[in-house]
Design a protein around this ligand. Sequence first.
Ligand code: GAR
Length: 203
Amino acid sequence: MRKTRIAVLCSGGGTNFQAIVNAQEAGLIPHGEVVLVVTDNAGAYVLTRAARYHIESAVVDKKEYKDRRLREEKILSVMREKDIEFIVFAGFMTILSADFVSAYEGRIINIHPALIPSFCGPGYYGLKVHEEVLARGVKVTGATVHYVTEVCDGGPILLQKAVEVREGDTPEVLQKRVMREAEWVILPEAVELVCKKLQGIEG
Ligand code: GAR
């Protein structure tokens, strides 16, 4: 079976990266293979996770590449070097330009820790999303996997999963529940879905 070559972009801990690798090891992503991890943070724990699985990694540190255009060019050149066909943003905290997106049109997905179109867009990332969810008092939140376009969190939605907000939740407790019940479930599913789609396999 042909395997689509996947790069995972991640800025921090990499639990979503881990979920993808776990799914891969369990045979749930037969049409794809993570061959590269790229981070914009030299201290990201995802680098340790990648090394554990002998997956190549590249650091394009924000502190070193302060200019966004140069940073994006560097990321793109790493992608081309490794023949990457499909990019997965898994906790990647950078908004990319239209030029970057158009280079991989229809081939970039992102996981967002809320039910888009709620609690999304510029400024909504990581724990901040869950703080806003609790402040607004919504009873249901969740996660969304969507295609990346030049509009932040605005691309077509692929998968969503709802998660209950409970009395007494803190942002940290809610974040963990959203990850466990939604993100780590729908992101690996979406990865396999898109790999198949890119190979022209429907369903
Ligand atoms: C995840 O909750 C992900 O959905 C979120 O950052 C966290 C990264 O955790 N992404 C965003 O907020 C993007 N706007 P991880 O590094 O453990 O996967």
